[in-house]
Design a protein around this ligand. Structure first.
Ligand code: ZN
Ligand code: ZN
Length: 141
């Protein structure tokens, strides 16, 4: 079973949704993306593969994936929204430049462990987290 197929099965299990070709296409195409993406660009890609692919379905699937922690949402200072999947990437955080919009990744076991341990000490079960640091990158300074 491919990684996308596994994610798809898990997604259906957790959301209790029906198995449809549309959903399958969305998750398969999503799994091919390697970086942060804009949802409108993604919808256009889906429509090339599947003429019946609807905006509403993409949004619905994205909402479910977000809720279940399969994808992350990143918002820049000027209100642009990007998404990214965690199918193969490890969970990580982001540093975002307010001037040029460049997104840097922070992938750190120390951060992961610290947050998990902290949640544990207060008896909190983390489901989703999004850590964004906004500022000015070295090119823009
Ligand atoms: Zn910059
Ligand atoms: Zn990222």
């Amino acid at each position: 079973m491919s990684k996308a197929e596994k994610i798809y099965k898990e997604y259906l299990k957790r959301t209790g949704g029906r198995d449809t070709q549309q959903k399958r296409t969305i998750i398969t195409e999503l799994s091919k993306l390697r970086s942060h993406f804009d949802i409108e660009d993604f919808i256009n890609e889906i429509r090339k593969k599947d003429s019946k692919g609807s905006r509403a379905t993409v949004y619905r699937v994205m909402k479910g994936l977000l809720k279940e922690g399969f994808i992350q949402k990143i918002t820049t200072n000027d209100g642009k929204v990007y998404y990214e999947h965690n199918f193969t990437n490890k969970h990580h955080d982001h540093i975002i430049c307010n001037s040029c919009g460049k997104i840097f990744e922070i992938e750190s076991d120390r951060i992961e462990n610290y947050i998990n341990e902290y949640c544990e000490t207060i008896g909190f079960k983390p489901e989703y987290r999004s850590l964004h640091i906004y500022g000015t990158c070295s090119d823009c300074l």
